[in-house]
Design a protein around this ligand. Structure first.
Ligand code: B16
Ligand code: MG
Length: 214
């Protein structure tokens, strides 16, 4: 039986994955190279610093840790500019309705995001009140595919991992959920999120009944 739902944020509830991609690409372009949307899949769900290290590897560029810190700050400033005016209408299809349905059925709700900007986004899109627990990038040591972010969420909700389902758009996030002994629903492409127990195109396709059939 499923008693809790743990949500990833970027790319699951809100359409912010595109802003991360734009901001990282701008940085790469400034450093003299580019990367594709397919490369970008590898950046989803991993921390800011790890993303930057991967991008620098792609560009064959070496930077000191001080420079890496500055570049990651620069990307985050651009990202914050892009999300400054984010509105509830940038919630992905079905997000708010599914959160409401879970609430109505007494299923606990947690956030499990790698982002350090998660709270700002929950506030601006008016969905913070749905969450019984919020775990974000400021609270974890190890980033996805390590299960830490979801295990902390389950613990805060006081629900066993086996009774949790994670909803994720990133390969690293799907792996994290499985490593934590949780069920996982992928949002996006079946070919990419192969390991998930179920893959749907968006939360608009989700219903409570599907949770218990996992
Ligand atoms: P920030 P999620 C992740 O959020 C994003 O998928 C990933 O692209 C980003 O690098 C990471 O958050 C860190 O975000 O720079 O805002 O701290 O998908 O786990 O909600
Ligand atoms: Mg995501």
């Amino acid at each position: 039986e499923i008693n809790a739902c743990l949500f990833d944020l970027d790319g699951v509830l809100v359409d912010t994955a595109i802003y991360h991609y734009k901001a990282w690409r701008r940085l790469a372009n400034e450093l003299g190279f580019d990367f594709t949307e397919k490369d970008n899949e590898k950046l989803k769900g991993i921390s800011r610093i790890q993303s930057l290290k991967l991008i620098l590897e792609w560009g064959g560029i070496k930077k000191t840790s001080k420079e890496i810190e500055e570049l990651s700050q620069k990307k985050n400033d651009w990202y914050l500019e892009m999300i400054a005016d984010i509105q509830p209408n940038e919630l992905l299809p079905g997000s708010r309705e599914f959160l409401q349905e879970l609430k109505d059925h007494g299923i606990k709700i947690a956030l499990g995001s790698a982002s350090k900007n998660a709270i700002i986004i929950l506030d601006k899109t008016n969905i913070r009140h749905f969450f019984d627990a919020i775990v974000d990038g400021n609270m974890v040591q190890a980033s996805k595919p390590d299960p830490e972010v979801f295990l902390i969420g389950a613990k805060l909700l006081n629900i066993q991992p086996q009774q949790c389902v994670v909803i994720e758009d990133a390969v690293a996030g799907v792996e994290a959920a499985l490593a934590g002994n949780m069920k996982v629903i992928g949002i996006g492409d079946k070919g990419v999120l192969k390991e998930a127990n179920l893959v749907v195109a968006s939360l608009a396709e989700m219903s409570i009944d599907q949770l218990n059939s996992l």
